[in-house]
Design a protein around this ligand. Structure first.
Ligand code: ZN
Length: 261
């Protein structure tokens, strides 16, 4: 009996004393509405489930990996117009990340992967700032960009669309309202052309974008699509985690094998 050896909140002190973890995974989600049919915790539960499954596969392959407790609040300043969204400013997130990294440092865990589940979270600039100040190797991944969704979904969607709805139907079907209750997820776009074509970027004010908060129609979502995509993502991620666990941090660069000679 006992909890999963790669999920920190299920591990006991005795188990932790006999294991030197090589890689920690920090799932990071959000608390925000997801159209009318998915729960507020969608981004957190997805990131956590992907982390746990990728860690299970990695552990079974011999990598000593540990999933840290999920941070359930994301960068959501542009969603505060919709109830009952919660927000952590990026500067607050950076402080949390720094404190988690410092904690790991004192336990000689040398590698940290932030596994992000929310489009408004962006850990790259935080890592640029923090990396020179810590001995831990920091990296980040958005679970929903690990595998190309092209072969899995008709129109994946950005937020509470076919992709996310399918994955939650697979992971937690009891938390999904009937799809007949969902809005169409029709998003409005910026009136300024250059903000539509990528000339410039600005965050979107969510309440002006989508009446149901969704971006992408969930109508074609199924649990089977979600299962196939979820397993593909977890498998690919576990291959990365195993490689990261085995990597020598003093020797991280090689000649590009793809470069023309
Ligand atoms: Zn989401």
């Amino acid at each position: 009996m006992g909890g999963r050896p790669y999920v920190l909140s299920e591990v006991t002190l005795s188990a932790s004393r006999t294991t030197q973890y090589e890689v920690a995974i920090l799932p990071w989600g959000a608390t925000e509405p997801h159209n009318l049919h998915l729960p507020f915790g969608t981004d957190s539960l997805q990131a956590e489930a992907v982390a746990n499954e990728a860690a299970r596969l990695s552990w079974e392959a011999g990598a000593r990996v540990i999933v840290l407790p999920t941070i359930p609040i994301g960068a959501n300043a542009q969603q505060l117009g919709t109830p009952v969204t919660l927000n952590l400013d990026p500067s607050t997130q950076a402080q949390i990340l720094a404190d988690v990294a410092a904690s790991l440092e004192s336990h000689a865990i040398r590698k940290l992967l932030v596994l992000n589940g929310h489009g408004g979270n962006d850990f790259r600039q935080m890592i640029r700032e923090l990396q020179p100040r810590t001995s831990i190797f920091l990296c980040a991944s958005n679970w929903y960009t690990v595998a190309d969704p092209g072969g899995f979904f008709d129109v994946p969607g950005d937020h509470a669309g076919e992709l996310e709805t399918s994955v939650v139907l697979h992971l937690a079907p009891d938390l999904v309202r009937p799809l007949s209750e969902a809005g169409p997820g029709r998003a409005r776009v910026f009136s300024i052309g250059g903000l539509r074509d990528g000339t410039a970027w600005a965050p979107r004010d969510w309440k002006s974008v989508a009446a149901d908060t969704g971006v992408g129609n969930p109508a074609a979502a199924t649990a089977e699509k979600g299962r196939r995509y979820f397993l593909t993502v977890a498998t690919k991620l576990s291959e990365f985690i195993c490689e990261l666990a085995a990597a020598d941090l003093e020797d991280l660069y090689i000649e590009d094998p793809g470069a023309a000679s």
